[in-house]
Design a protein around this ligand. Sequence first.
Ligand SMILES: NC(=O)c1ccc[n+]([C@@H]2O[C@H](COP(=O)([O-])OP(=O)(O)OC[C@H]3O[C@@H](n4cnc5c(N)ncnc54)[C@H](O)[C@@H]3O)[C@@H](O)[C@H]2O)c1
Ligand SMILES: N[C@@H](CCC=O)C(=O)O
Length: 514
Amino acid sequence: MIPYKHEPFTDFSLEANYNAYVDALKKVEGYLGEDYPLIIGGERITTEDKIVSYNPAKKTEVIGRVSKANQELAEQAMQAADKTFKTWKKVDSAIRADVLFKAAAIIRRRKHEFSALLTKEAGKPWDEADADTAEAIDFLEYYGRQMLRIKNGQPVESRPGEYNRYNYIPLGVGIVISPWNFPFAIMAGTTVAAIVTGNTVLLKPASTTPVVAYKFIEVLEQAGLPAGVVNYVPGSGAEVGDYLVDHPKTRFISFTGSRDIGLRINQRAATHNDGQIWIKRVIAEMGGKDTIIVDKEADLELAAQSIVKSAFGFSGQKCSACSRVVIVEDVYDTVVSRVEELTKVLTVGDPTDYNNYMATVIDQAAFDKITAYIEIGKGEGRLVVGGTADDSVGYFIQPTVFADVAPSARIMKEEIFGPVVAITKAKDFDEAIDIANDTEYGLTGAVITTNRFNQEKAREDFHVGNLYFNRGCTGAIVGYQPFGGFNMSGTDSKAGGPDYLQLHMQAKTTSEML
Ligand SMILES: NC(=O)c1ccc[n+]([C@@H]2O[C@H](COP(=O)([O-])OP(=O)(O)OC[C@H]3O[C@@H](n4cnc5c(N)ncnc54)[C@H](O)[C@@H]3O)[C@@H](O)[C@H]2O)c1
Ligand SMILES: N[C@@H](CCC=O)C(=O)O
């Protein structure tokens, strides 16, 4: 087994890579508009009722028409997953890990095709789509290896005449509920963490990006995953989501998405229902309001570059995105004006064109919400750049910067989840930390400083799950920067980290007298 190393990103300045992506886009365009069934116990089930997935950059273009589960089908999927658990939990964990390694190899061979599908279905520019696919591969390679590492449990002490063991066993049926913003990496990572540990899964992908999830299940099948281990049940959150969260046979829920839905799931999962013999476990990774702090002793060009990249990569639709900036007053004007220059030259347009840095937001609801926040921002700060939007063809919003915003303003406090960043001034570094911490979230943060004392202060006092120094606050790599946040950002599960798989297992102690 070669040691884990993260999947390299593609250099599209090389002609061969560029051409390969163009070909992949053509391939994906060749299968747009197809129908996709549910997969329950390995059986393909087609329903009349469909979720239609559209291209957010060309809103009349249909990516796929996906069968939609109702409660009856969700129940059927639960029965299939429950039955399959009895056999899957007994499969050697090394064999389960092999399925992940094989799936990674298949995806690596079809890497640009998957990324091109993300470009079309989620509106991801090439580099962002490539990073999403690379992260999906990383999760497969990393969790496969992690399972091999923990498959025999952990060492414990034994007294003379005694043989003690400490092993991990699976939990049962898990409900995996994934978001649209990392429709491949997070969907795949949360699914395979659950199955490599011996559980079976009902996967409910986000309704805006169900096609990439279907393609992933096909890969798992090709990699040898038995029928019924992962059941593909796209459906309405309110109908199917609530039903499955409430179900007495649900053993755990692995959710990634917004704060409000995460809290709803947590609350419902805590309720004991008839026939339920366990306390459901909830992994909930939720929103963020992530801050970059710029100290007065800092590389100011690096600061401006980091802010712009973290705020506008994938149109700011990352839980890790920089949506607030706190700059120490001595360097405030210099950094704001450089952020303005860098933002003004960003290109916005169809993501199939490699020259566009930014594309759309995901759908009409997101467009309406973000543009409403831009209007709020106009009353709360000074509009430096952007502020306009156009949804005639796709959901395009210009990268938008507000300066001179009060720390208490709504655009400094609430998750906007779009290409909007609010900047405020602090009198010194201590105040900058206080402002950064003054949010209910605690996901990512970055500090740009050359002052070692201040860096160490932030390491201790800046209360976020992922803290970065002298770089942006997005782009955690599986196995390198385990990812998850504090407070209302969730349960700090640290996806892509050494403790993640254990969240899907329970430890069993056995003690034998010799
Ligand atoms: N912390 C992280 O690791 C992380 C990663 C990615 C995204 N996010 C967050 O996700 C949000 C964006 O994603 P989104 O818009 O898809 O979030 P969302 O909460 O609207 O939806 C997430 C998933 O929950 C489902 N859902 C909706 N209602 C449900 C219900 N009642 N029961 C069960 N499931 C239900 C949705 O269909 C979707 O599959 C942002 O807040 C972002 O910060 C967090
Ligand atoms: N893990 C990603 C963010 C995932 C949430 O949207 C990052 O580190 O940027």
